[in-house]
Design a protein around this ligand. Structure first.
Ligand SMILES: Nc1ncnc2c1ncn2[C@@H]1O[C@H](COP(=O)(O)OP(=O)(O)O)[C@@H](O)[C@H]1O
Ligand SMILES: [Mg+2]
Length: 275
């Protein structure tokens, strides 16, 4: 596939594309791009990322993932495919040997994770994403530690989104159920008032009902204009709410399309969704 048509935003991309296809464009080697707006480039994109951990072998191979404002982009794929690694790469926790990460067209590949937080990126990692010995409210306050303004409004929004956290705000986060802990982790990330929320398996270990509830809250967050980039092992359910989906296999893009496209694709269903 060559590039999709003009004005075709990611969430309307009808094609299921193989590596290198679709709307992705090859980046230039130079660092800062002064271009303020490019309506075809995703808001956040890790483009053709290649790299691994330390001096080890590459885990990511030309891997591209991206998301637009208000959109939910979902990354699925087998265990060990490099989903978490791709998220870490986009968040600046990996030294890339190739490719680039761009936010609003600006090359942020060299920025530290902290600097990316300051630019509006928030990341909830797969594990150790809360402080278990601190109270729920202290966790939320920790999320806002970079802020110098009044955080009470944001905290009220988080409690509106997750009312149970308000009830339990004085309890140690470690005493909460798995689903509630994930709410704390998401809430803590929201305290930075991010423009992009990155979630690595937010529904790991929770019941189907709790998963549905969490997905509903994530949709609510996306409707406020925040971009959601998330890894999910519940592939079918996640693709149902995805504007954009990426199937990663062995560190590479195997399939890319809208969530609906991927769910309808025979190869994707057979190989990754259990038929
Ligand atoms: N911190 C690390 N150091 C070295 N290798 C790692 C590290 N984390 C993950 N890997 C390796 O990277 C590959 C991809 O892992 P990961 O990104 O966690 O996959 P996924 O999230 O899709 O299950 C695996 O082979 C894994 O062993
Ligand atoms: Mg993972």
């Amino acid at each position: 596939m060559s590039g999709s048509g003009y004005g075709d935003r990611g969430n309307k991309d009808r094609s299921i594309t193989r590596p290198g296809g679709g709307t992705m464009r090859v980046g230039t080697a130079s660092g800062v791009h002064p271009l303020p707006r490019d309506d075809t480039a995703p808001f956040l994109i890790g483009e053709r990322m290649t790299g691994g951990y330390g001096k080890g072998a590459d885990i990511l191979h030309d891997c591209t993932i991206g998301v637009d404002p208000g959109e939910i982009a979902v990354i699925v794929g087998p265990n060990g495919a490099g989903k978490s690694t791709a998220m870490k790469a986009v968040f600046g926790m990996l030294d890339l040997r190739g490719g680039a990460v761009r936010l609003e067209g600006e090359d942020i590949t060299a920025l530290s994770p902290q600097d990316r937080v300051a630019r509006g990126m928030a990341f909830v990692p797969q594990t150790s994403n809360i402080f278990t010995s601190m109270t729920v409210e202290e966790n939320l306050e920790m999320g806002a530690f970079l802020r110098r303004d009044d955080i009470r409004g944001t905290m009220a929004q988080v409690y509106d989104l997750f009312p149970i956290l308000k009830d339990k705000r004085r309890q140690a986060a470690g005493e909460l159920s798995g689903g509630q802990r994930q709410q704390v982790a998401v809430g803590r990330a929201l305290m930075t008032q991010p423009r992009v929320l990155m979630l690595d398996e937010p529904t790991a270990g929770v019941s189907p009902i709790v998963m549905d509830e969490l997905f509903d809250r994530i949709i609510e967050v996306a409707r406020t204009g925040i971009s959601i980039l998330m890894v999910e092992q519940n592939a079918r359910q996640a693709l149902e709410i995805a504007d954009k989906g990426y199937v990663l296999v062995q560190g590479s893009n195997a399939f890319t399309g809208t969530g609906a496209d991927l769910l309808a694709d025979d190869d994707v269903r057979r190989s990754f969704l259990g038929g």
